[in-house]
Design a protein. Structure first.
Length: 117
């Protein structure tokens, strides 16, 4: 049995405890664990959605999570390039800034237990 997620509690539990609880229990421990899609594909979908909606604040967490779930740095760069034509250049440029903060070497490191879903 998987350990319950605590990342949201750690990041926002002091300010919004119910939101943190729902994020951990429903989003990460239920939705992300559903058998219909592997975590890698869920990460690609989530990253693409955050880029398209220009949700730059949430993007770094999910870029790291995507790498933990097996998406490579090069694949993330390709997603950003592809989305420039659908979501717009400013959204893609903002995503490049977030991706730049992650070393390409991180994609070769093992996943951390707190973010791999």
């Amino acid at each position: 049995m998987r350990a319950a997620s605590t990342i949201a509690r750690e990041l926002m539990g002091d300010i919004a405890p119910k939101l943190a609880e729902l994020t951990d229990q429903v989003l990460f421990d239920d939705v992300w664990q559903r058998p219909g899609l592997p975590s890698r594909e869920r990460s690609l979908i989530t990253v693409a959605t955050l880029i398209a909606l220009n949700r730059s604040e949430q993007l770094p967490f999910h870029l790291r999570r995507a790498i933990d779930n097996g998406v490579t740095h090069a694949e993330l760069a390709e997603v950003i390039t592809h989305l420039a034509f659908y979501a717009g250049w400013p959204c893609a440029a903002s995503a490049v800034t977030a991706l730049r903060q992650l070393s390409p070497l991180q994609s070769a490191q093992p996943a951390s237990s707190t973010t791999k879903e």
